[in-house]
Ligand binder design. Sequence first.
Ligand code: GCU
Length: 336
Amino acid sequence: MNKSVSMFLVGLVVGALLSTVGFAYFLKTRGAGTLGQTVLKLGHSQDTGHPVHLAMEHMKKRLEELSGGRVTIDIYPSSVLGNETQCIEQLQNGSLAMTKTSAAAIENFIPIMSVYSMPYLFRDADHYWQVLDGAIGKKLLASGESKFLRGLCYYDAGSRNFYTKEKPIKMPDDLKGMKIRVMNSQTAVEMIKAMGGSPTPISFGELYSALSQGIVDGAENNPPSFTSSKHSEVCKHFSLDGHTRVPDILMMSTKVWDKLDPQIQNWVSQAASDSSTFQRKLWQEKTQESLEEARQADVTIYEVDTAAFAAKVAPMFDAIEDEATREVAKQIQEVR
Ligand code: GCU
């Protein structure tokens, strides 16, 4: 056997071993006893003080209660398992059981999800929840099965707003020449361009240093993410322009889900749904608290003319290339 053939065989054996060990971990049983304990691994990008993380702690507790301790979740916050795109990829190959990401990050895997990143798609929070809880929301949540991504529930991610270091964004023209960090989403890139700024995709975990070092002039997010990530230490201007309402989505790998017995699947679904109800209430409180916290940290909060921003991005709706996405956008706008 020549050297390259034997190296290839060694590689095959090591690869097979690693994937077995890797997969076993996500359905690993912990502890003694005949039944053992099923442990699901969950990775996400937020800090432990963020309402999304607190909702996941709630889900873990509910799952342990429902299963009498037989099933639990190990939660890895702050991007320790990778950024949102990397966590989704790990779900697809079955090496991670669950993740929570913005729908924006999912559009690279499930194109129809891009509809949620369309600016000024939702009139207000009521319209947003009416859609997410209704037929359209359910259909989109289930749209990733063929990509190994099972949507479990939505979490509130409020509305996204610009925040900047040097000067405030009061009108779309203020964005001219400004580098604005966006999520890894083509729709977000198009939105910033349409408003006149320069979009720069950067992962959430790298944004604090990108802002500090001046790689970007500003970013955009909801108030709880702005303060819990400490971006409020660097950016002292926050404009309430509410350009998007991109929901957060809790997803599970179908490769892991399909291996769970139906009883455990029911417990997981129930615990996820309970955590979503819990998170929605918490979100309202935390949004107000975060705005107050930002003010205390010398951040100026600006009320702006949202119609001026909406006018800049209105042509984006006619420019949606994918027919199915264009149709869903229309259906969402028609929900009353
Ligand atoms: C929100 C969202 C996160 C996302 C973040 C971002 O906070 O909930 O999932 O990572 O925005 O801007 O990247």
